[in-house]
Ligand binder design. Structure first.
Ligand SMILES: [Zn+2]
Length: 184
């Protein structure tokens, strides 16, 4: 049974495909959840992905590594190559947002904070990433982005900061490059 369904839906997820389809965790996945190896977000996203894979067969070659739920929004960590695929198919993200009832960010797995920020802000380009030390010894990470994109991002700034804090433990500060500094 497992074998048959896995052949049909080879999307790789943190729980068994069978569990994702039925909504009931097997004892192995249940113990992964209890021990914190996987999260509730992993389960929600796995269920949505498996369901979506029935219609969008491109998803079948992808691997979901981890998921995070931050203030009702979701961050999906996938292989780098898969992140490119998801980006080329914006309708997949839209469907996931409808199913999960929150905004979705799909990120390529990376150890680099800069890369993480670039994926999170995509398609907005980050000009500079700086570390700013505060007098009390704590640090902020400052991302400078082009001022022309301000309106587009304004509604999302707080969500982005929360995500960066919860997923990477980074205090993010966003600064916009002023139009005036651009050579016209
Ligand atoms: Zn399982």
């Amino acid at each position: 049974m497992h074998f048959f369904i896995d052949r049909l839906l080879p999307v790789k997820i943190p729980i068994c495909t069978f569990d994702a389809r039925t909504g009931i965790l097997c004892s192995k996945c249940q113990s992964k959840l209890s021990s914190g190896q996987i999260s509730d977000a992993d389960i929600h996203v796995s269920r949505a992905l498996v369901k979506l894979a029935e219609k969008a067969s491109d998803i079948n070659r992808t691997t979901l590594l981890r998921s995070f739920q931050v203030d009702g929004n979701f961050v999906l960590e996938v292989e780098q190559a898969d992140a490119a695929l998801f980006r080329s198919k914006p309708e997949i993200k839209t469907s996931l947002e409808e199913m999960l009832k929150g905004k979705v960010w799909i990120m390529g797995m990376s150890n680099s904070d800069r890369r993480f920020l670039e994926d999170l802000f995509y398609p907005i380009r980050i000009l500079t990433v700086n570390t700013v030390w505060l007098p009390d010894g704590s640090k902020l990470t400052k991302a400078i982005i082009p001022g022309r994109r301000v309106e587009r991002l304004l509604g999302e700034i707080e969500a982005l900061k929360s995500i960066v804090k919860s997923v990477r433990g980074i205090e993010l500060m966003i600064e916009f490059e002023r139009e005036a500094t651009l050579r016209l």
